[in-house]
Write a protein that binds this ligand. Structure first.
Ligand code: NAP
Length: 307
């Protein structure tokens, strides 16, 4: 099969497109093999590629990165039931997603309706799972006011949509170029950077009940100023924030389940939810996809189509 392998920590030039043996759903593994049709590119993979997370994610080279896919099941391992060869699925593979085939635990995959394209589906799993995991920690109640820092990205825009559906007032931070986009999602847009606390207070004078930080970049202290302390602030991105008493919504990308995905997939199939796709790249352009992700100013998700 074709796969993009990473040959060493460093820049995107360390990716190499190679022919490698396809993985199998081997005996005793209770795994399925997925024919990958589209892959979501995540900032985590850029951080792993750079070697920034080498302690948390030990990597043996050559390595195939990525864990968020949409595709079809093409092989069942021993002990697997409830799914069939040919089923359309989305979710999390065991790693090795930048390839034509990858293996997955059945519990990490959800069914994909015919009406949702593989590319749209590949944008959903991480955004839907991470946003719901973080919002569950925040324990948001209907009618509250919540700030989402980094609201225009994949995870942030998913959180905005899930909150707006619950009649929550959402203030979303983004650059000016994304303010109309955030308004379209139902959020009140505010520019991030110097003065953000005052701008948020002006936008919601009655106060902020909770803060979801998806961007980090020094927002932790602003969030504490808005809340008057670290209570009901959750970050998905700022590893320094726990030192200030803020909760980090940790997740192991290789042990995720798909249990949060079906309601979001149903909404997506009905047109009530979408993670915007900033750009779709062909498979042979994965290094360019990483370079765009590294720029850090996406509207939604980068997806790679696997022909
Ligand atoms: N802990 C977990 O389990 C978990 C899971 C998923 C993701 N994450 C992390 O969450 C973060 C976001 O992931 P993602 O996939 O949503 O990323 P993404 O789509 O690449 O997010 C990019 C967004 O960040 C915004 N942004 C850039 N600088 C900002 C700043 N200073 N303040 C506020 N927003 C800013 C950009 O808005 P503009 O274009 O308007 O500048 C852009 O929309 C990443 O660090 C990722 O690793 C963690």
């Amino acid at each position: 099969m074709k796969a993009y392998v990473l040959t060493a920590f460093g820049g995107a030039e360390n990716f190499d497109l190679r022919d490698v043996p396809a993985p199998n759903a081997g005996p005793g593994q209770v795994r399925v093999r997925v024919r990958v049709r589209a892959v979501g590119i995540n900032p985590l993979e850029v951080k792993v590629r750079n070697g920034w997370l080498r302690d948390a994610f030990p990597t043996t080279f050559p390595a195939i990165l990525g864990n968020e896919v949409a595709g079809t099941i093409d092989q069942l391992g021993d002990g697997v039931d409830g799914v069939a060869v040919g089923d359309r699925v989305l979710g999390f593979v065991d790693g090795g997603a930048y390839a034509e085939y990858a293996v997955a635990r059945p519990a990490a995959l959800a069914g994909l309706p015919d009406g949702v394209s593989f590319e749209s589906a590949a944008a959903l799993p991480v955004a839907a799972e991470a946003s719901q995991r973080a919002l569950a920690l925040l324990d948001v109640r209907d009618g509250e006011t919540v700030v989402v820092n980094g609201a225009a990205g994949a995870v942030g825009s998913a959180a905005v949509q899930l909150l707006v559906r619950r009649a929550v007032t959402v203030v979303g931070t983004a650059s000016a170029a994304n303010h109309d986009y955030l308004r379209g999602l139902g959020a009140i847009p505010v520019a991030y950077g110097e003065g953000v606390v005052e701008r948020i207070r002006a936008a919601v004078p009655s106060g902020v009940d909770a803060v979801l930080d998806v961007a980090g970049k020094g927002f932790a202290r602003d969030a504490i100023a808005l809340r008057g302390g670290p209570d009901r602030i959750v970050t998905l991105a700022d590893m320094e924030a726990p030192a200030l008493g803020i909760a980090f919504a940790a997740g192991n990308p290789f042990a995720l389940t798909a249990e949060t995905l079906p309601p979001v997939v149903d909404l997506a199939a009905g047109g009530g939810f979408a993670v915007a796709i900033d750009r779709v790249f062909p498979f042979d352009a994965i290094p360019a996809a990483h370079a765009l992700s590294e720029g850090g100013h996406l509207r939604g998700k980068i997806v790679v189509a696997v022909a």
